[in-house]
Design a protein around this ligand. Structure first.
Ligand code: HPA
Ligand code: ZN
Length: 323
């Protein structure tokens, strides 16, 4: 059968996508010019050549530098509209996207500018529904997270959930238990990156202290059979990102990627692109690359796509309409 056609045609949801990570080098250059911001690259090729990472922090340094070109509401609109157009062409019907407000407010860009631009960009593309997840930067402190939470308060009807991203090692979920409790009390969903580079203990903390509804990545949970059992029994969704795992050396080779092992263990794994402009592929390419590397069959691809809807924050009726 034609794998590309099959993957492109099957309805999918994307649950792990950092909108700042969808900033393509071409748009980076356009915004640098538009905003008269200097960037340390001579050409688009020069930018792509710099995208060789040996761990998460290597990537984050370049990712935060790239985000500096984003300044105006129009920039955030253009960024989101470009992602949604691209996602639609991959057969994505629904996307729940992260944004990192602190990356922008720390440079003096108002929270409202960021979110208004993103919301209008999300609405500009028909055929893909969307939700927004406000992600706290875990390398910053709890006080900074609460300050961001305060700025978000008037937007809570437009924000589906909170997340936790950036440098994982040394920044355990426990650091953010109180701000996640506040988000839970406000009725928001909760997710956290855990077990990408961090140990299984961080996944336990995300479950027990942050009360998350999904685990982002979760790869290292596989080191702990009791944790795997708990994740499987509770039907926890893992938002797995194969090309990200490869580029950030979470796996040495895609041929060793655990996506099918996760399914075999009864885990609700999904396939996502994380930061597609930096990792070399949008969601269909992630399905394609891991399907080839792991020799996945149709049934496994169908299961992954199905999990993306059942793990989403859509209502039961909306989910049913997609399946
Ligand atoms: N991990 C942690 N933080 C991030 C990532 C990631 O994969 N992408 C963007 N911020
Ligand atoms: Zn991520």
């Amino acid at each position: 059968f034609n794998l590309d056609q099959f993957i492109g045609g099957i309805p999918k949801a994307e649950l792990h996508l950092h909108i700042e990570g969808s900033l393509e080098p071409e748009l980076m250059f356009e915004l640098a010019r538009r905003n008269k911001v200097a960037i340390p690259f001579a050409s688009v090729e020069d930018v792509r050549a710099a995208y060789r990472f040996s761990n998460l922090q290597d990537f984050l340094d370049i990712y935060y530098a790239g985000a500096q070109v984003l300044q105006t509401e129009q920039d955030f609109h253009d960024l989101a509209a470009a992602y949604f157009a691209r996602a639609r062409s991959d057969g994505v019907r629904h996307a729940e996207i992260f944004f990192d407000p602190q990356t922008h407010t720390d440079r003096g860009i108002p929270f409202d500018v960021v979110i208004e631009g993103l919301l209008s960009g999300m609405a500009a593309v028909e055929g893909v529904s969307s939700k927004l997840i406000l992600s706290f930067l875990r390398h910053l402190d709890e006080e900074a997270a609460f300050a961001t939470w305060g700025q978000a308060e008037k937007w809570l009807d437009r924000i589906a959930g909170v997340g936790l991203d950036s440098s994982e090692l040394g920044h355990p979920p426990s650091k953010f238990a109180r701000v996640f409790a506040a988000a839970g009390e406000a009725g928001l969903k909760r997710v956290a990156h855990a077990g990408e580079e961090g140990p299984p203990a961080y996944v336990y903390e995300a479950l027990d202290l942050l009360h998350v509804d999904r685990i982002d990545h979760g790869n290292r949970a596989l080191e702990d059979p009791a944790l795997v059992e708990r994740l499987a029994q509770s039907g926890m969704t893992l938002t797995v990102c194969p090309l990200s795992n490869l580029k950030l050396c979470v796996v040495g080779d895609l041929a060793d990627h655990p996506i099918d092992r996760m399914l075999d263990l009864g885990l609700n794994a999904t396939v996502n692109s994380d930061d597609p402009a930096y990792f070399g592929g949008y969601v269909a390419e992630n399905y394609r690359a891991v399907a080839i590397a792991r020799n996945l069959g149709k049934a496994q691809i169908v299961q992954l796509a199905r999990n993306s809807f059942t793990g989403s924050f859509l209502s039961e009726a909306e989910i049913a309409a997609h399946l």
